[in-house]
Design a protein around this ligand. Sequence first.
Ligand code: FES
Length: 206
Amino acid sequence: MQYSQKVLDHFMKPHNVGKIESPDAQATEGSPACGDQVSIYLKVNPEELTIEDIKFQSYGCASNIATASIITDMAKGRTLDKAKKITWKEAADALDGLPPVKMHCSVLAVDTLRSAIKDYEIKHHLAEEAAFNKDAIVEELKKVIYPKVGEDIVTLKMVKYVGFENGVATIDVEIPKFDEHRDNVVEEIKEHLEKFKEIKEVKITM
Ligand code: FES
């Protein structure tokens, strides 16, 4: 697998590694695909709602560590609103590319940053904890990136139907049979949805 020099630099000497004692917000997310975990800690300026300090701990691979390193650099000093809009694509571009097979590792880092920001917003009543329903599934599917173009499968209109009944999530997704990323996308969908305790089964039709 070919890593860019920037990925290697951030992997060998990652920025913002560690833990913040008494953070204003934090999140830990894990990847069922590989079992790895990332934690992100935030110190937030309550008046300006900017990220004053940010640190991460990762038990993931090079892609995960390099992505966490670069997105924590990007997030530092930004407002919460701007920081939560940092995308996998921006992180991948800033790292001069990431191998598509390692996509779930870098998406995990981006998701963890968003969850840490959400944690702050919920604690400070800036956002409400969303009730679990079909919309929550669609929101989660927006984190599944189609590697060929680096956009999510909802924006790309690849998701044709989402259903949720009696704990069964049904997703109809349009990916051509010969598409080299087909298995990868299916795995990503399962990985993202199976972590919800409300979902007992994920059915994917194509
Ligand atoms: Fe687990 Fe990359 S293989 S984070």
